[in-house]
Write a protein of this length. Sequence first.
Length: 272
Amino acid sequence: MSVALRNIGPVMLVGAGKMGLALARGWLDAGLPPNHLLLVDPNPGAEALELAEDFGLTISPEAAGIQPNVLVLAVKPQIIDTVLAALAPVIGPQTLAISIAAGIDIARLSRGLDMGRIVRTMPNTPAQIGKGITGAVAGPEVGAEGRDVAEALLRAAGPVVWFDDESQLDAVTAVSGSGPAYVFHLVEALAAAGKKLGLPDAIAEQLARQTVIGSAALLEADPATPAVLRQNVTSPNGTTAAGLAVLMEGLTPLIERTTEAARKRSEELGKA
């Protein structure tokens, strides 16, 4: 069942960093009334203060004053236990908790909050422009209504993929959660290669940046698989084929090692 954001509040967002603010903007743009959203951050940055001013939001240094219908945890995993301990006074019988803290499992969140209505998620930073994707797992005490509420909030940032096996969220973290950084580094590497080939710095950076932007837009617009799109660019014995012969020799195992390292770190954060 579809849930309208205007009917969800109050929502308490703990942590007004980049991901938290990306989600908040998505909710507000999708219809969450500003007076239904409370930001909690002891040291809000300029972006948080600007968002609060633009929408008339309240920023509080600590969680207090209301028992929210939805509590969204957008804090670093390294401080999660301290944050959870401070949230006990605002947990009500109706509160649903949604966590985006990497690596922190539902059992640990449940112990810290002393309740089980928890949805663990992993969004990514393109959520800032509504182009994100989120992996999600609902805890055993989350009913259909709670899942619909979580879906409505998370969908404001992009598609939501639900999993039954919570351990798969560590892989989601490694692929899509960390994935934007891999793509940005590809742009850096492509620009650096262009400079080494003799292109002016600014032009090399423009070419690399727009090549990835355009390729992503084509990937979104064309239903063909990435393999087919790659083949469409590659003429037999042409320049692209020559470059791919080098790239494809090492890229797949490199990406496998990259995502394995990220998955392992996600698991470590959960045990810290």
